[in-house]
Design a protein around this ligand. Structure first.
Ligand SMILES: [Zn+2]
Length: 391
């Protein structure tokens, strides 16, 4: 442990304890001379820190606190420092001792509660943290902070009902719109219903998600998936197509789904017109490749090759080139594929392990679509990557 970190923290304490003694004890000859007691205890504590004996140091500081409640801020800072260093047990001891003092003002007690709650969070003691933050969410000064922490806890515990209640309270308190996030909580509930085989319950939860946020793409995808499973293809298509108004960036997610719906309905012509529209209006390579696949099935490999090649002249795409080379290899004569093979290996390597999605908030790269970023925990920030190497 680098004890020097603590010294800057404790210097004002040593000074304050001297000032305290000077005022309250005083010197016998009229000169303020803090002799023993607090000040020497602090130096003893600092000495323990310097000698890498943090537990003994904590004992001393806690003992001093019993006499002197003017050093609360320093104890809070000391506890925070321990937590930041990952020494959560020590942080908890310091903050618990602070709270146990009957001399703390209500503000000081709440501040110590907030810190202890964060210690518990760091230690993974979510139940204990939840109790503290619930208490703090009733106070004026820490209501918003406590609610923020509670929402975080409920997300970790996947307690979506409680997360919704806390987020609604937060909305009222701050005036910030949290409908986009609350919609995801309803979607999580819908997923749970769907997994337990309750399609009507899942659809109800999806509707609540859309009521919270009309632009919730996830709700539309989920609604379409549930309806597809129930073989209600017409309504599934309508749910998927709603995404175009919500956020066209997510339209590539609908390509395969809508394709399956129209195929199940035996309306292949409608697939074509939908995919052409996506390709022409947005340039999504996923739509181009899906059209190429249909051509390959209906008119053969050569037609698919010509189609992709003509599209690549309009818009460069590694995924498009990779598929083109794949088809060329299938068409080529045995023995004349050597150069094609080299090129195909190159594009495969370029695409291998390449993220398809990226968080617009923290830049986290992902191979699959997450609705909550695994890194920064923001909702709705993971988007398909666009450009030559992406969509
Ligand atoms: Zn992120």
């Amino acid at each position: 442990m680098n004890a020097l970190n603590f010294l800057w923290l404790l210097l004002p304490v040593a000074a304050a304890s001297g000032w305290y003694l000077a005022r309250h004890v005083g010197g016998s000859n009229g000169v303020n001379r803090p002799s023993n007691g607090l000040r020497s205890d602090y130096f003893k504590g600092i000495n323990y820190l310097l000698n890498e004996q943090p537990d003994k140091a904590i004992e001393v500081f806690i003992k001093v606190l019993e006499v002197d409640s003017e050093t609360v801020e320093t104890h809070l800072a000391l506890g925070n420092l321990y937590r930041r260093r990952g020494e959560v047990d020590r942080a908890i001891r310091i903050h618990q001792n602070l709270i146990a003092r009957g001399t703390l003002s209500p503000e000081q007690r709440n501040e110590a509660l907030l810190e202890l709650g964060q210690d518990y969070l760091s230690a993974g003691l979510l139940d204990r943290a939840e109790d503290l933050f619930q208490e703090l969410s009733e106070t004026d000064a820490y209501r918003v902070q406590a609610l923020r922490q509670l929402i975080d806890i409920y997300e970790q515990e996947k307690d979506w009902e409680k997360a919704i209640v806390s987020a609604r309270r937060m909305e009222k308190l701050t005036g910030n719109q949290l409908g986009g996030v609350i919609a995801h909580y309803h979607c999580e509930l819908a997923e749970e219903e769907r997994q337990s085989g309750n399609a009507p319950g899942a659809l109800k939860a999806v509707q609540k998600a859309l009521d919270s946020h009309r632009g919730c793409v996830r709700a539309s995808l989920l609604e379409g998936d549930i309806l597809f499973q129930s073989e209600d293809y017409e309504r599934a298509i309508r749910a998927y197509q709603r995404i175009e108004e919500q956020n066209p960036d997510y339209l590539p997610e609908t390509v395969e789904r809508i394709h399956k719906c129209y195929s199940s309905l035996g309306r292949s012509g409608d697939v074509d017109s939908y995919l052409y529209r996506l390709m022409d209006r947005y340039g999504w390579i996923t739509a181009t490749l899906a059209l190429a696949e249909i051509r390959q099935k209906e008119q053969g490999v050569h037609s698919a090759i010509e189609f992709i090649a003509s599209q690549l002249t309009r818009r460069a795409s590694v995924r498009g080139l990779d598929r083109l080379l794949q088809l060329e290899l299938e068409e080529a004569e045995e023995g004349s594929t050597q150069h094609l093979r080299i090129l195909k290996d190159l594009t495969s390597e370029l695409l291998q392990d390449r993220p398809v999605y990226k968080c617009t908030h923290c830049g986290f790269p992902a191979k699959s679509l997450h609705w909550q970023c695994p890194s920064c925990k923001h909702w709705n920030t993971i988007m398909p990557i666009k450009g030559v190497e992406g969509e």
